[in-house]
Design a protein around this ligand. Structure first.
Ligand SMILES: Cc1cc2nc3c(=O)[nH]c(=O)nc-3n(C[C@H](O)[C@H](O)[C@H](O)COP(=O)(O)OP(=O)(O)OC[C@H]3O[C@@H](n4cnc5c(N)ncnc54)[C@H](O)[C@@H]3O)c2cc1C
Length: 764
């Protein structure tokens, strides 16, 4: 079979060039001829950039300084392509030229890379060449990528028409699979990146020795390396090996790194083959670490961090059982943790067999039957980065086969004991993330509200309405469950049976609380008494999924929530603070009303009666909380950040009141109270509190967490990488130290848009 391959190959990117070569060789290894159509657009390999701004000028200055090395790299790419790739004798420069050409192929193969990503072409439209639309011949696809989470609006019909003539399509990522399922209703296979179709010995035969004697830690970064730095530094310290940096980004990732600027594709392979360790944030850097069996760590690109499970790196590594090599996840490996390469090779070989079987069927126009992939793993729980830690799965398990355990980020996550698991599926059924609620579309009634008892109000975060709800429950013989610190300042949900016990619940604590056995206790209490449960919306939803119903004698109150910080980080902070001060912390208030409600103070009281107190957002912990530095990963995609609330009632701060509105109440604190259900309305009618109704939109205007989740913090991955490896005192110094006063003042004065522009300018 004569195969014409359309793919990216020309651009001087290691991955693009090597994937084209791999596809060509894989087709040939299956007994068919393969030729790459020499066609490219928009792929400029010029050493100097067009002068578009300070960034381009700086890059050009660097190029001038290192001209010889970069010129050598360019030449090596050109030589490699001429030597290794089987290109058509003629270079085609347009769709029309290809259309009028008389081409000799039996089948046209749309290859890998982002050839189906419309946004990378100059006119932001699909390039029909990469769908082989220039010919009426048979068309197949192996591992193209859309490179975007969804197809831009209005381009669906065009894409459908391009895809219709294909006899076989398999894509590179699950993201592409989802796009095609939504577009065509069909589920296409996901296959390996072509670079994994060849084996180690195939790549080794092409690799050029880089001429570096002795071992080294190879760094290959194509985006911000911040999350990798703690790993590189720790590995260098532990092994004494030098750091060799393959560019990629040209700024040294750690001081003293030896830069390699002149590697062509063969030298690239040689550098991976010779490395002792690899740290990378490139997908193909990850691939070649696996290919050459090197201990490696990889970090998600900044653009992938919000949804790492959708990335191709995660998709590949989870398939190979290597997901712990991804940095900045709660289960990331430590530097010296070994890799079971035999198991990896076995999984890779199976995946390779599958992908080659698809390619053979596609080339030979046979139907493709994927190998039996086995049943999905039981039990099925929410993907790690989406799991809120509500613990419903653990609480509902009849065999206690799931326990909540601290991960490396200091959050509690469900861990399954497969020996004990009887595969009843109750845990999956109880997971609120796997079974999201359907919003009822009814707007809640919104109130500014406050309790009349000034002492209670002073001890509370906003207007103290939680206490009014709790006292109402206690009056009717019920039990109140809320979050309170224990003596070791570990935040736990616990019960209160008397009004005197409510003080421990008052005040927001900016750390995720440990629910322990609360859900089971509530189920027991509900058999005889009413219950009020207050917590974050994910906890409230978890409780309902655990119970499987909304019992009439249960009242729930969820909080408007910015996001929950790591309990592990909080406890490290407490221990470090105690060590610095040489005295233990006895109690904490995050939102003390020292200067009224609007300017909260973080107050740490020590065992000897002394205290430290400062405006919350001018303290190390408070500022980091405000920046979302150590929030749970799921918070950045929180499904509860809207007016569609899960609890009967919602409490928050009524931010956004104008100075003249409720002027006399603002000093002492005003709660935002949302009434979400008829039961909530019933409870509200019984309360004796001060209140004033507002349109729900007013509540949202002052409180962005009622409209969307907190924005992802760019430093988060680097913070947790350091947290996993370094002493907390060092992490604190690096990440929590307050910037100079002027910077903080400017940061408060600037709008988010202006801040983004300043950051962009500084990065350039
Ligand atoms: C992590 C966190 C983030 C928040 N983010 C926002 C926000 O962005 N915008 C906003 O308007 N309000 C937010 N709140 C809610 C707000 O701070 C007050 O809790 C709310 O206004 C209720 O105040 P109150 O005066 O009625 O009662 P309070 O006396 O302050 O009542 C506190 C209640 O909250 C519960 N609670 C305290 N800490 C936790 C915790 N860590 N986990 C679960 N339950 C807890 C207690 O059990 C108690 O029931 C947040 C609260 C927390 C805990």
């Amino acid at each position: 079979m004569k195969t014409g391959l359309v793919t990216f190959y020309h651009i001087h990117h290691y991955g693009a060039c090597l994937q084209a070569l791999a596809t060509e060789r894989a087709v040939e290894a299956l007994g068919h001829e393969c030729e790459i159509l020499d066609y490219y657009v928009n792929q400029d390999n010029a050493l100097f950039r067009r002068p578009t701004g300070p960034a381009a000028l700086a890059a050009d200055a660097h190029t001038t300084l290192h001209y010889q090395a970069l010129k050598r790299r360019q030449q090596r790419f050109d030589d490699f392509q001429a030597r290794e790739l089987r290109l058509t004798a003629h270079r085609y420069r347009s769709f029309e030229e290809l259309k009028s050409a008389s081409l000799p192929y039996d089948v046209y193969l749309s290859g890998s890379d982002q050839i189906w990503n419309p946004t990378i072409f100059p006119d932001h439209r699909f390039d029909p060449v990469f769908f082989s639309a220039f010919t009426a011949g048979r068309k197949i696809a192996y591992a193209p990528s859309f490179g975007v989470p969804r197809i831009p609006d209005g381009m669906e019909d065009e894409l459908r028409s391009y895809l219709a003539p294909f006899s076989h399509i398999a894509v590179r990522e699950t993201q592409g699979q989802t796009i095609l399922r939504e577009l065509t209703g069909q589920t296409v296979p996901v296959v390996l990146d072509p670079t994994l179709l060849l084996r180690r010995e195939d790549w080794s035969a092409i690799a050029q020795d880089p001429g570096l004697s002795g071992g080294y830690i190879l760094c290959y970064c194509i985006s911000r390396p911040d999350a990798l730095v703690p790993y590189i530094e720790t590995l260098a310290r532990e092994t004494g090996l030098p750091v060799v940096q393959l560019c990629g980004i040209r700024r040294p990732v750690v001081p003293g790194a030896r830069l390699v600027l002149d590697a062509g594709p063969a030298e690239f392979l040689g550098l991976f083959r010779g490395a002792s360790f690899v740290c990378t944030n490139s997908f193909h850097g990850t691939v070649f670490s696996v290919q050459f069996g090197k201990p490696f760590f990889t970090a998600a690109a900044p653009s992938e961090r919000k949804a790492p499970e959708l990335s191709r790196t995660y998709s590949l590594l989870s398939r190979l059982g290597l997901e712990s090599r991804i940095i900045g996840k709660g289960d990331s490996a430590r530097t010296q943790d070994p890799i079971d390469w035999d198991a990896v090779q076995e999984r890779l070989e199976r995946a390779r067999r599958d992908s080659l079987a698809y390619l053979r069927c596609a080339l030979e126009n046979q139907p493709y039957q994927p190998e039996e992939g086995g049943k999905p793993p039981v039990p099925q729980l929410a993907e790690r980065s989406r799991c809120t830690g509500c613990g419903a799965c653990a609480a509902v398990c009849p065999r206690d086969a799931i326990v909540m355990r601290r991960d490396r980020e200091g959050f509690d996550v469900p861990v399954v004991d497969h020996e004990k698991c009887i595969q009843c599926g109750r845990c999956s059924a109880a997971c609120p993330i796997l079974h999201p609620r359907t919003p009822d579309g009814v707007l809640p009634a919104a109130y500014a509200a406050w309790v009349k008892d000034d002492a209670v109000r002073l001890a509370s975060t906003s207007g103290g309405v939680f206490t009014a709800l709790a006292e109402d429950t206690l009056r009717s013989g019920g039990v109140v469950f809320g979050a309170a610190f224990d003596d070791a300042l570990h935040l736990r949900h616990t019960a209160a049976f008397r009004a005197e016990d409510l003080a421990k619940f008052r005040g927001a604590k900016y750390v995720q609380s440990d629910l322990g056995s609360t859900f089971r206790e509530i189920r027991e209490v509900l058999k005889t008494r009413p219950v009020l449960f207050s917590g974050t919306p994910c906890q409230v939803d978890g409780l309902y999924r655990f119970l499987g119903s909304r019992p009439e004698n249960l009242t729930t109150c969820d909080l408007v929530c910015h996001g929950v910080p790591s309990p592990g980080v909080w406890e490290s902070f407490v221990a470090d603070q105690a060590q610095r001060k040489r005295k233990a912390i006895a109690s904490v208030r995050f939102r003390a009303k020292t200067e009224g409600w609007q300017k909260s103070y973080l107050t740490l009281r020590y065992e000897d009666g002394s205290q430290d107190s400062a405006p919350l957002y001018e303290t190390e912990y408070g500022r980091a909380f405000g920046r979302s530095l150590f929030l749970r990963e799921s918070c950045f995609r929180c499904p509860y950040s809207s007016l569609s609330r899960v609890g009967d009632l919602t409490l928050g701060d009524f931010w956004g009141l104008r100075p003249e509105e409720l002027a006399e109440q603002q000093e002492k604190g005003v709660s935002l109270l949302l009434i979400n259900t008829p039961h909530g309305s019933h409870v509200f009618d019984r309360l004796s509190i001060g209140c004033k109704q507002y349109p729900a939109e007013r509540a949202v205007a002052g409180n962005p967490r009622l409209a969307s989740p907190t924005a992802y913090c760019p430093e988060r991955a680097a913070f947790f990488a350091a947290y996993a490896l370094e002493p907390f005192s060092q992490v604190r110094k690096k990440f929590l130290t307050l910037p100079p006063y002027l910077v903080r003042a400017a940061s408060q004065a600037l709008t988010p848009e202006l801040k983004a522009r300043v950051k962009k300018l500084l990065r350039r």
